[in-house]
Design a protein around this ligand. Structure first.
Ligand code: ZN
Length: 89
């Protein structure tokens, strides 16, 4: 597996990223095992740069993997609150 696409949005390590959900989301496979795989919406990404607390929260979540099979999906709900869901796939 190669990690050449870019830098992880959470930790800055090299990662492989793929656009999903018609371009609304990124599916990231980070070379740093602490992040591993996660999916994140463009709206959450837009907040990460000026919200360090949010980024730290997502890093902790990504690191608290539920199982080897699956990944977290990070998005905002209609109230602009962080929503995270474990997707088993
Ligand atoms: Zn990472």
């Amino acid at each position: 597996m190669s990690y050449k696409n870019g830098k992880c949005f959470l930790c800055g390590s090299s990662c492989k990223e793929t656009k999903t959900d018609a371009g609304h989301r990124f599916f990231v496979t980070c070379s740093n095992a602490r992040c591993g795989k996660y999916e994140i919406t463009q709206t959450v990404l837009a907040k990460l740069n000026d919200n360090l607390a949010l980024r730290e929260k997502l890093q902790l979540l990504a690191n608290s993997r539920v199982s080897e099979a699956g990944h977290y999906d990070f998005s905002f709900n209609l109230d602009k609150e962080l929503k995270f869901e474990w997707l088993r796939k």
